[in-house]
Design a protein around this ligand. Structure first.
Ligand SMILES: [Zn+2]
Ligand SMILES: [Zn+2]
Length: 256
């Protein structure tokens, strides 16, 4: 049961990152009514808890990643770091600069993402609240852990967001196969990516940055896209960009 809690939280956390921070805030691949957007924003915070990433910080950094993929201006290219930890510490500094508004980005990377002060700053950036989440995650361990070493999973749950970021940005730009020559290090790491809900199709995603389906070949399956199709059929979201859309990520001036 402890593993169900851990892996359920793992999958839910990376799913909301892919659906909300990545495909909606950074890329605006779909639209939804303001009330649905608020609901999804809140749900994302509740699922990601102590490692919640503000849509603003995520979107600015991610648009820079697409614009400068695997060059020196890429905020997280594995080419310039000895290991994933070093890369993520650098990424955190860049993320903090935008999430905490210490720096303003170039105008082309700003805007078009949802902002909610209570969630993104008051709760999401409070250490007292983060520690509260961390303590809450410990409760199931008291009841479900059957061996002491299982407690090692608990601190991982505190930092699931950065762990997912490290996996996607390190492996997705280093290991796997290439279907397209994008002039960068992007790879497709797994043909059926259930580990990060489709995020490891980096090679496809850099080729078609606005395609809501990260799979591109017949044997590839992108789980988050499959769920998006379901949400669209239920009328909760409306897909805004076609599959295999190659144009770059939208910015403040974009009209959709
Ligand atoms: Zn990438
Ligand atoms: Zn992207």
């Amino acid at each position: 049961m402890l593993y169900v809690f851990f892996f359920g939280h793992w999958l839910a956390s990376v799913f909301f990152q892919s659906l909300f921070q990545h495909r909606y805030a950074a890329h605006r691949m779909y639209t939804m009514k303001p009330r649905v957007e608020r609901g999804l924003h809140l749900l994302t915070y509740l699922v990601q808890g102590p490692s919640y990433l503000s849509p603003r910080g995520y979107a600015i950094l991610h648009r820079q990643h697409h614009a400068f993929s695997d060059t020196e201006r890429d905020p997280h290219s594995p080419r310039f770091f000895r290991n994933a930890l070093q890369m993520m510490l650098h990424t955190k500094r860049r993320y903090d600069a935008y999430a905490y508004r210490r720096e303003e980005p170039e105008a082309r990377f700003a805007g078009g993402y949802p902002e909610w002060k209570l969630i993104d700053q008051t709760l999401g950036q409070s250490w007292a609240v983060r520690v509260g989440w961390g303590a809450l995650y410990a409760v199931p361990y008291f009841f479900l852990a059957t061996h002491w070493w299982q407690w090692a999973l608990l601190p991982m749950q505190w930092v699931l967001g950065p762990i997912h970021g490290a996996i996607v940005n390190w492996y997705g730009h280093r290991y796997g196969y290439r279907s397209f020559d994008n002039g960068d290090g992007s790879r497709n790491t797994l043909p059926l990516d259930v580990v990060t809900m489709g995020e490891l199709f980096q090679n496809n995603h850099h080729k078609y940055p606005m395609s809501p389906d990260f799979a591109a070949r017949w044997f590839e399956i992108d789980p988050t896209w499959q769920i998006m199709r379901l949400l669209a059929r239920m009328g909760l979201i409306e897909i805004a960009t076609p599959q295999r859309a190659t144009y770059p990520s939208p910015v403040a001036a974009a009209s959709y």
